[in-house]
Write a protein that binds this ligand. Structure first.
Ligand code: ZN
Length: 154
């Protein structure tokens, strides 16, 4: 049995992949369809349901971006931390609780949280509706110029 084929058949895949010299594009569907994606971690022999990562899809070079659907009334299975990357969590829909070290932070649509690499973190959905979270992972201290400092009108 081709396990990769089975995996792809059972989960949503991005489509509309386009690339040019200076761009990469993919369609992931509506945010409500994020729950149908899954990430396969072959090293940990683990499948994470309801998660799409954009690094490989868009060939990102300075960030990893993920969108995660956490089902109603679901606790994160573990805490995690990072070696070098800070994370910015942006709540797209729903509500929940974020654990950051000894802090419990209430999340709702529009909440945005930056977390330092070393902090132990997890996100729980303690509500009766889906929680959708976009997470940007980028190397701490790597940003040199931004907004108008880095942009050039051409
Ligand atoms: Zn992380």
């Amino acid at each position: 049995m081709n396990t990769q084929f089975e995996f792809e058949k059972n989960h949503k895949q991005a489509c509309g992949i386009e690339s040019g010299v200076n761009f990469n594009k993919a369609d992931i569907g509506t945010f409500r369809e994020i729950k149908d994606f899954a990430m396969e971690n072959k090293e940990l022999k683990m499948v994470s349901e309801g998660k799409v990562f954009l690094h490989d899809l868009l060939k990102l070079t300075g960030a990893e971006i993920s969108i995660t659907s956490i089902p109603a009334n679901t606790k994160a299975p573990f805490l995690h931390k990072h070696k070098n990357n800070e994370e910015i969590y942006i709540v797209l829909a729903g509500q929940g609780i974020m654990h950051i070290d000894d802090n419990e932070i209430n999340l709702k649509e529009g909440s945005i949280v930056r977390v330092s690499p070393d902090a132990k973190r997890s996100v729980d959905n303690n509500s009766d509706a889906e929680l959708l979270v976009l997470c940007i992972q980028t190397k701490t201290g790597s940003l040199e110029g931004f907004t108008l400092e880095d942009a050039e009108i051409v």
